[in-house]
Design a protein around this ligand. Structure first.
Ligand SMILES: [Ca+2]
Ligand SMILES: [Ca+2]
Ligand SMILES: [Ca+2]
Length: 223
């Protein structure tokens, strides 16, 4: 008699496998279940074997009915091109351009997470990226004597003082006379004056027959 199909024997658990043997039958819980075959319950593989998911890095064991799964931890995702479960770090910076929405910060991917670091020219100040005042330290590398440092958001600029030219960095500002008369035809607005270039500046001189008047204009006329 095949008790397994005849239904004459005490029923095996619905999850069990019935095996007919001469004169009798056997019930065995299916894989993933535990019990005597007549009563089977889910085997908690995660509790039973703490190393169940050790082959998969950065994954945690999750028990399921009749089996278990290795689930990627937060910040990791399952690799789709691998035959066996493999987790890979999620590059939050590449996946979400707005991961670090503050324009003063830059996204840095890390294993299992990411962080927002301050951009160059900014430094953390109470959780916010604040502009660094480069001018506060050694004039920001600008020419201290003949120029000056101007702090800007995220950077600084160097400027040369009037009459000096260069990129403004340390000792770069050189005295260079600018011929204001040649550069600007209206340097002396009064048509009765003529422009005289000088070292570092210029002056307006009244033509013959005219005398200095108010506000740099020339007064008088031919005598
Ligand atoms: Ca299970
Ligand atoms: Ca990451
Ligand atoms: Ca700055």
């Amino acid at each position: 008699v095949d008790e397994c199909t005849a239904g004459s024997a005490p029923a095996c658990d619905v999850t069990a496998v019935c095996t007919n043997v001469p004169g009798s039958f056997q019930c065995a819980c299916a894989q993933g279940f535990t019990g005597d075959g007549f009563s089977c319950v889910d085997l908690d593989e995660c509790t039973e074997d703490a190393t169940a998911c050790d082959d998969v890095t950065n994954a945690d064991c999750v028990n399921t009915e009749g089996s278990f799964r290795c689930v990627c931890r937060d910040g990791y995702q399952e690799s789709v091109d691998a035959s066996s479960p493999v987790t890979t770090d999620i590059d939050e910076c590449a996946e979400d351009a707005a991961a670090c929405p503050d324009v003063t910060s830059v996204c840095v991917n890390t294993a299992g997470s990411f962080r927002c670091a301050c951009r160059e020219g900014y430094q953390d100040s109470g959780g916010q990226c604040a502009d660094v005042d480069e001018c506060a330290v050694q004039s920001g590398g600008c020419d201290q004597d003949r120029g000056r440092c101007v702090n800007t958001p995220g950077s600084r600029t160097c400027q040369c003082s009037n009459g000096y030219q260069g990129d403004g960095t340390s000792e770069s500002c050189l005295f260079t006379d600018i011929d204001e008369c040649a550069a600007n035809a209206n340097a002396c607005p009064d048509p009765n004056s003529r422009c005289e270039n000088t070292e570092g500046s210029f002056r307006c001189e009244c033509k013959d027959g005219y005398t200095d008047g108010p506000a740099g204009f020339c007064a008088g006329g031919v005598l």
